[in-house]
Design a binder for this molecule. Structure first.
Ligand SMILES: NC(=O)c1ccc[n+]([C@@H]2O[C@H](COP(=O)([O-])OP(=O)(O)OC[C@H]3O[C@@H](n4cnc5c(N)ncnc54)[C@H](O)[C@@H]3O)[C@@H](O)[C@H]2O)c1
Ligand SMILES: O=C(O)CC[C@@H](O)C(=O)O
Length: 526
């Protein structure tokens, strides 16, 4: 049975799902050295934001197949290191959207009305109504930086509260922003005009210290800034100085440059600053959502299935996956087949999406084809995560083409591999109830479902050849399950595809090519 380590607190609903397929150990609060010591025993690691999964931990995790982040941000995981090792990294892109958006809105209102300090004052025994006069958000301008899932939800609630909405997000269209009720503006204008600024962007090299002494200087002296996205987007010393000097009105932060927050000027500021300990996703609902979402993906990957929200498998979102899953299986089978027909070192793979398939995303099919192609060399070491990298490292060039005009089957996939021993091609389609069929080998039309063990011959189409091959295989006790010949013209060149019950014993290929009329023979395991 597989073993899963859960190293941060996650909801029991997730543990229950993992327990269906694995032994689950929950060990929270581990020091990095302790994690390194035990991680080698585990097939999967499930975390929240508390565990930093460094390259060292990934390298010590020799059995790891998947790292599941119960939340959105994977900035606490060394994703490139995981990718190099072929470890899938999954997250829960939507499970805590509402929780994080509501936390940002709660922070905005709490900051405006001094709720935390007023509450603390009453609890201390005071009844001070003069110190906590606040401001209304109604008719004020909210500047939203990052109009993705969380930013959009904040926008719709803020709109209902009567706020005017400005947004900055270079990756969304003006139409999309307008749909959500936001005016898309340049960042400087947003800084100059907003009464409240809320950040909903990832932490990247462009967004690190986006809010600094210079940008803070562009804001209104009454502006209040809210960060429930990621620590480090705001330069904290500059923020503390700006609040102290009255250059901005205040700030509410849920996330920090270093967590847990250590010594910080922010702690000593008054009611203009509110701090929460990374609570954006901390609702019962969100924790159930993310735990189930990520645990299901870990379960699937441990069962050999693809994950729906893998961050290191390009182009493989849940919607794409649903539609392309059967074609990915087809691509992998064709990749295995063409790789073995080509033999030697493959230098070029042409992946052609044909017919209806031509309108689909090609990237997942390219990855699956490469996974199949590299299986011969790498076996279980190659997977959807590292297939691209492994192919690049081996100097395999990939060309993707599309031909919507091919109408033989509703949608088909054609792979052509060129290597040190020549060029071979295979085509396949899904027939009936999504059953894989080989429809062409080296330009010869056939129609056979692939089987685990197969033999292909290139021969001259002439009387007696099938019988001779059958007798030869029979004499070596090889049982033929099915056989089909593909030819373009009568008595021209032809391809024979044989499904056999067991692997072809060593030395028989050499005997097959001695049969008069047979020019070449290949055996493959799919
Ligand atoms: N505090 C918490 O507990 C908590 C919980 C959930 C998410 N988060 C964080 O909230 C943030 C937003 O999450 P989301 O789910 O909305 O992500 P998302 O991917 O749906 O949205 C992010 C948006 O930021 C935009 N963006 C990227 N770079 C930008 C840039 N340089 N300038 C402006 N916009 C840019 C993108 O186009 C996208 O629309 C992330 O940092 C996430 O880690 C925090
Ligand atoms: O695990 C948490 O509570 C934080 C989650 C949040 O920061 C996220 O990125 O999803």
């Amino acid at each position: 049975m597989s073993k899963v380590l859960v190293s941060d607190t996650i909801d029991q609903a997730g543990i229950d799902i993992l327990s269906q397929v694995a032994t689950v150990d929950v060990k929270t609060g581990l020091k990095p050295a302790e994690l390194i010591e035990i991680i080698g025993d585990y097939d999967a690691l499930m975390i929240r934001s508390g565990t930093r999964v460094t390259q060292e931990i990934i390298e010590a995790g020799t059995q790891l197949k998947i790292i599941g982040r119960a939340g959105v941000g994977v900035d606490n995981v060394d994703v490139p290191a995981a990718t190099r090792r072929g470890i899938v990294v999954v997250n829960s892109p939507e499970g805590n959207t509402i929780a994080a958006a509501e936390h940002a809105l709660a922070m905005m209102l709490a900051l405006s009305r001094h709720i935390p300090d007023a509450n603390a004052s009453v609890k201390r025994g005071a009844w001070d109504r003069n110190s906590f006069v606040g401001a209304e958000v109604y008719k004020k301008t909210l500047g939203i930086v990052g109009l993705g899932k969380i930013g959009s939800h904040v926008a719709s609630v803020a709109k209902a509260m009567g706020m005017k909405l400005l947004a900055y997000d270079p990756f969304i269209s003006t139409e999309r922003a307008e749909q959500i009720g936001c005016q898309l503006v340049e960042l400087d204008l947003l800084f100059q005009q907003a009464d409240y600024i809320t950040l909903h962007i990832p932490k990247t090299s462009e967004t690190t210290h986006l809010i600094n002494a210079v940008t803070l200087g562009k804001m209104k002296p009454t502006a209040r800034i809210i960060n429930c996205a990621r620590g480090g987007i705001i330069e904290e010393t500059a923020l503390a100085a700006a609040v102290k000097a009255g250059k901005i009105g205040g700030a509410a932060l849920d996330v920090f440059e270093s967590e847990p927050l250590g010594e910080s000027d922010l702690r000593s500021l008054g009611k203009e600053v509110i701090l929460t300990p990374h609570l954006g996703a901390s609702t019962t609902e969100a924790q159930v959502n993310v735990a189930i979402d990520v645990a299901e993906q870990i379960r699937d990957v441990l069962l050999g299935l693809p994950a729906r929200s893998a961050v290191n498998i390009p182009g493989l979102g849940p919607d794409v996956l649903e539609e392309l899953k059967p074609y990915m299986q087809l691509a992998e089978t064709l990749g295995k087949l063409v790789g073995q027909l080509a033999g030697g070192r493959v230098e070029l793979l042409n992946v052609r999406l044909q017919g209806e398939l031509a309108t689909n995303k090609s990237q997942p099919l390219v990855i699956a084809s490469l996974k199949g192609l590299l299986h011969q060399a790498l076996r279980e070491r190659v997977n959807y995560v590292n297939a691209n990298i492994e192919a690049k490292e081996r100097g395999i060039r990939v060309i993707e083409t599309r031909d919507a005009s091919v109408r033989d089957y509703a949608g088909s996939l054609h792979l052509e591999a060129t290597g040190t021993l020549g060029t071979h091609s295979v085509t396949g389609a899904l027939l009936g109830d999504k059953e894989i069929h080989l429809t062409d080998v080296d330009g010869f039309p056939i129609n056979v479902p692939p089987s685990k063990y197969m033999v292909f011959t290139l021969h001259r189409d002439m009387p007696g050849i099938i019988g001779k091959l059958g007798s030869l295989l029979g004499s070596f006790n090889v049982n033929i399950a099915s056989m089909q010949v593909g030819r373009k013209i009568v008595r021209g060149d032809a391809v024979m595809a044989l499904s056999i019950d067991d692997p072809l014993p060593d030395g028989i290929l050499e005997e097959i090519v001695k049969v008069p009329g047979i020019r070449d023979a290949y055996t493959v395991t799919l």
